[in-house]
Design a protein around this ligand. Structure first.
Ligand SMILES: Cc1cc2nc3c(=O)[nH]c(=O)nc-3n(C[C@H](O)[C@H](O)[C@H](O)COP(=O)(O)OP(=O)(O)OC[C@H]3O[C@@H](n4cnc5c(N)ncnc54)[C@H](O)[C@@H]3O)c2cc1C
Length: 123
């Protein structure tokens, strides 16, 4: 049995579709992906005076939503970034415990109150 393999896969348009270049810009650093990692990296570099271009494929958040919960360790990072105050000004709910109500009783199966937090955080 023989299989047709293109001599140069990089020239196969079904693998590497060719797009027209519609814009050209210069930057010191181009970050592909505007998720938490890309966005924070862009922020940190920009704060150092480095010109950054952050490219994100999605135009909105109209998809499986992530970040429903923000954990204490993430809040500590937000605090270190100087973003915790602004973040806490956004509408949110605090969850200290997760409990379920049975016909007999209330059962608590997660209790976050024992988690220590950054000393400057007051949430
Ligand atoms: C369903 C779900 C729920 C979650 N809920 C929580 C939660 O409640 N709390 C929590 O702390 N964590 C949650 N997580 C985990 C959290 O989302 C991830 O840890 C976090 O998103 C990882 O960040 P990241 O920047 O590395 O990657 P991503 O968030 O995946 O970001 C990558 C970005 O790159 C973009 N991208 C990819 N390829 C290209 C390209 N070629 N060109 C341009 N852009 C591109 C993508 O569109 C995406 O926006 C959840 C994850 C999932 C899947």
């Amino acid at each position: 049995m023989t299989t047709d393999i293109p001599k140069n896969l990089s020239q196969d348009p079904s693998i590497n579709p060719v797009h027209d270049i519609v814009d050209g810009q210069t930057t010191d650093c181009c970050i592909v992906g505007g998720g938490p990692a890309g966005a924070v990296l862009a922020l940190l570099l920009a704060r150092q005076g480095i010109s950054v271009m952050l490219l994100e494929a999605h135009k909105d958040f109209d998809r499986d939503f992530r970040g429903d919960t923000i954990h204490p360790s993430v809040m500590e990072i937000m605090e270190e970034l100087g973003l915790s105050k602004a973040l806490l000004e956004l509408s949110h709910a605090k969850m200290r415990q997760i409990s379920i109500q049975t016909p007999q009783d209330t059962v608590t199966f997660a209790d976050f109150s024992c988690i220590s937090i950054h000393p400057t955080l007051t949430y």
